[in-house]
Write a protein that binds this ligand. Sequence first.
Ligand SMILES: CC(C)(COP(=O)(O)OP(=O)(O)OC[C@H]1O[C@@H](n2cnc3c(N)ncnc32)[C@H](O)[C@@H]1OP(=O)(O)O)[C@@H](O)C(=O)NCCC(=O)NCCSC(=O)C[C@H](O)C(=O)O
Ligand code: MG
Length: 292
Amino acid sequence: MTETQIRPRRSVLYVPAVNDRALAKIGQLSCDAVVIDLEDSVAPSEKVAARQKLAAIFAARPQRTEMVVRINALSGEWGADDLAAATACKPDAILLPKVDTARDVLEAGDLLDEADEDAAIALWAMVETPRGLMNSAAIAELGRDPASRLACFVAGTNDLAKETGALLTPDRRYFLPWLMQMVLAARAGGLDLIDGVYNDFRDAEGFSRECAEAANMGFDGKTLIHPAQIEVANAAFSPSEEALAEARAIVGAFALAENRDKGVIGLAGRMVERLHLAQAEKLLAKAAVIGA
Ligand SMILES: CC(C)(COP(=O)(O)OP(=O)(O)OC[C@H]1O[C@@H](n2cnc3c(N)ncnc32)[C@H](O)[C@@H]1OP(=O)(O)O)[C@@H](O)C(=O)NCCC(=O)NCCSC(=O)C[C@H](O)C(=O)O
Ligand SMILES: [Mg+2]
């Protein structure tokens, strides 16, 4: 993967479209992406007003932050109007909530194709319903066809807890198999994958632990609800100094004349193959983008 194809999504902050004080902060925040939320953080009585605010929000959008709009479900009374209003603002992506099947994504794509002919707007899908999780492999498969626009999965652990009855404990023990299922499906479809939110935003220690766990599980980043969570997420999903040093050593070792034609070498007592070289190069490219 080249540096131009890498888009860091370590910290993805939800901002309710109706919270003016929070919206005013977006430009000063160091999160990689912002999701302007029209869905669960907006009360039914405010849905129309929230949608009407999108144009002003995007008129003041910060250039370096990826800007996403989470619309209401297309099957409900607000979804289609949300999609039209969001499309007019030309966000980087539209986040679809409560995706149950691949058809849900295809329908959104069909609507987008009419208004966004150059396909500049990507689709992100929340995995947060039992059906969505069961169908996650088929949904992710769409990512292999660029025409589908699907670029990213976002875990919705609160809705999954609500829909399944499984308890969202601090160690997420009942959710770990489902989260790993999402990792597998997303990677099979070539999608990015963002972990769910950590509700207890004053618990910095617990949040830090959960970020480290998600990074180890293979997630690209975490969805956030509060600015205090941004720096922790950025650090947790950035390559560590140790990992960078190892990656440089692998690249350096394969660049040596005696190793140039080898498939496997020994390095500091460990077997290193060309697949590790590819991993190392990807990590260094990601670090370069983050550094920039
Ligand atoms: C959770 C909150 C309601 C807490 O808000 P508040 O009590 O105002 O917090 P603070 O006083 O600590 O705030 C300090 C300042 O930071 C600003 N702030 C707070 N949150 C945000 C934010 N998200 N983005 C930008 N700025 C923010 C406050 O305005 C304060 O500044 P000032 O006003 O100048 O003093 C609140 O944090 C919040 O609403 N968070 C987002 C909630 C949300 O979007 N929920 C929906 C997404 S999560 C979800 O749906 C999960 C998923 O679907 C699933 O199923 O799991
Ligand atoms: Mg949800």
